[in-house]
Design a protein around this ligand. Sequence first.
Ligand SMILES: [Zn+2]
Length: 247
Amino acid sequence: MGLYQTKVIVLRSRNLGEADRVLVLFSEEIGKFEAVVKGARRQRSRFVGNTLPFNYLEGLFFTGKNLDSLSQAELVHSFSPLREDLNKFAYATFWVELVDGFVPERQEAVEVFRFLLAAFIVLENATEPEIINLAFQVRLLKYLGYQPELNCCACCGESPASKQLFSAEAGGLVCMNCSSQFRDLLPVSSELLSWFEQLGETDLRQVHLLKIQMGNRPKLFALLSSFIENRLERPLKSRVFLDNLIR
Ligand SMILES: [Zn+2]
C-alpha cells in the first residue's frame, strides 16, 4: 500500500455507506481527485473537522484499490469565513462547482489550483464579493483557454456593427447577419465589453475598486454564466441561488 502526502483544497464531500465520507480534493501536484475518510460520520475528531469544504490542508493518503484514503489532515488554512458568511459561501460554492466541472480528474492543473487558492484568500477578506465573482469567472475562463470572442463576430469574423449581440452558443459576439442562427442572444454594450476586459486584466486584489454600475453587474453575470454553461454543456446548480442573491 502506497503512502503519499500532498496539500489539498477540499472542494466538496459526499456520504459513502453508513459511516464514511468521500472528499473531492484539488491539489497542485495531482489535480482533482477523490479520497475517502473512513468512519468520518462516526467520529468528532479534529482530523474530521479539518476536512470541511474550502479548507486547505496537508493530507497523508494511502493509495487504495478503488479509492485512496485520507489518514491524517493538518490544517494549513481554514477558510471558515467562506462557510460562515452566506454571500461568500454562495460564491465559494459556485467557484467550486466551476472548477469541479471543468478540471478533469487526476490531471495537473497548477494554474487553476493557484488561482482558486488566491481567489479564496481574496474572497475571505472581501467587501465587494459580487465584483470578485465576476472577475473570477473571466479569469478562470482565461486559464482554461475558453475565452469568448469579443473582438469580431464569432461566427463569420466580421467586425460587428454598433448594435452588439452575444451568443454563448456561437462563442462570443455575433453580427446582425449571423444573429438569426442563434437563439440565445444577449444584448451587450461597448461599456459592458470594456468591463469584461478590465475584469480580466485587473489584479484580483484590486477588482473591488472597479466602479461597475449596479445595473451592469447582473448583465455581466448573465453573459458569463450562459457562456460557462454552454462550455460545460449543463446548467450550473449553484447559479439559481446566486441569481437570487444578485438581483
Ligand atoms: Zn457574423
